[in-house]
Every structure is written in C-alpha cells, then in structure tokens.
Ligand binder design. Sequence first.
Ligand SMILES: Nc1ncnc2c1ncn2[C@@H]1O[C@H](COP(=O)(O)OP(=O)(O)O)[C@@H](O)[C@H]1O
Ligand SMILES: [Mg+2]
Length: 225
Amino acid sequence: MKNLVSIQKISKTYSQGGKRIEVLFKLSLEVKKGETLAILGQSGSGKSTLLSLISGLDQPDYGNIRINDCDLTKMKQEELARFRSEQLGIVFQQYHLLSNLTALENVTLPLELQHRAKVDDEARKALAMVGLSNRLSHFPSELSGGECQRVALARAMITRPSLILADEPSGNLDSNTGREIMELLFKLCKEREQTLILVTHNRDLASLCDRSLTLREGRLFSSDS
Ligand SMILES: Nc1ncnc2c1ncn2[C@@H]1O[C@H](COP(=O)(O)OP(=O)(O)O)[C@@H](O)[C@H]1O
Ligand SMILES: [Mg+2]
C-alpha cells in the first residue's frame, strides 16, 4: 500500500545556552496509509521533537518530510497551517483543551476554523462516538482526566484527518482509564482507516499497534532489537 508519511534523513539540533543538543540524526521513516505505528524511547530521546516535526510545528535542520505527497519542509506558514487543520489530528498528554470553552465548543472549534456548516451536529456526533453525549456543556475543569482526553480525541477526529499524531495520550491517566482511551483511539483509527503515529513509553500499548519502533541516539530501530 501507498506510504502516507515519508521522512528522509531528517536531523534536528537544539541550541541551548551555547550548547548544541543533537536530538535527531539522519532519521528516516515510512508509514503506510491506515497503519498504526508506535514509537517507543526513553524520556529525552526525541519522541516529542519528532512529532513536532511531523506536525509541521517545527522544521528539521536537514532532510525532508512528505505527508500525502506534500513536502512540509517546502511549505509556507499559511499553507502549513491549512495543511495541519485539514490533514492532521493531534492528541497530547496534557489534553490542551481550551478551559473557557465547553466540551461541545472545544470540539466544534476545528470545524469553525474551516468555516464548515452544521458544526454543532457534527460535534455532537463526535462526542457521542467517544461516549460523552451527557457532558456537552461541561467545562474542562468539570471533567475527569479521562473525559478530557475523550474530548481531545473527538476534537482531533472531527475533521476526519488522514493522520493522527498522539504524544503519550494516556500518560496522565491511571492504567485502566489510559487503556480505555487507547482502545477507543485504535478502534476509531481502524474503523476510519486513519493512520496513527503513537508515542508511548508503554510496551503493552505499543504492542497493540501494527508496528513498533524505538527512538535511540537520534534514529529509529525495530523495537525487538
Ligand atoms: N525547544 C527546545 N530547546 C532546547 N532543547 C530542547 C527543546 N525541546 C527539546 N529539547 C531537548 O531535546 C531532547 C529531546 O526532547 P523531547 O523530544 O521532548 O524528548 P521525549 O519526548 O522523547 O522525552 C531533550 O534533551 C530536550 O531537553
Ligand atoms: Mg515527550
């Protein structure tokens, strides 16, 4: 099957207080359409850095990143913003919900940014899909961690993006709630034939993915090795 993500020899170095921190070094990766891929690696190995480059929030120093045949490293800021809003769904460990908006409003936001019609109906459907029909007008502070992450999942999925990027989405949750969230994420991705790149330090969760790689010394290795 066709590759949705194609990364060629990207390198990324941060400069911090006169010191250079080489995080990624000539890293290459291909992800097929509809595949679920786990990325394991120790804290500080560069997992979040890699996701921020794939999401176009930051740029590699060298190499290129193609998603759906678009070269992110060649796009202008506005093109990138549109690309992100149309093609990507991102889920973070810290949920990143807007605290002054209700669950329903948080989920309608991505559609409103795309000037879509009937945003409320769509958002209600998305929240029903994650089992939160009875929490529409709750604010994030009135929801449990697991419920917040369900809202974040609904928000990431609502535009039907081809690629979901998830950075330790169960990292703040107890193990049962975390597992429930992950099973929901896998189910939705498979049903909708969405591609998933999941960063986790949990090998059990990684084993639910089609493939698992480990980030070490700036590159990706098969997790079995
Ligand atoms: N904006 C930044 N400026 C300087 N150093 C950074 C920055 N972001 C991350 N780093 C460093 O890069 C390394 C990888 O970080 P990160 O990608 O967050 O790792 P992980 O997600 O695997 O824990 C760490 O050593 C971290 O301190
Ligand atoms: Mg991280």
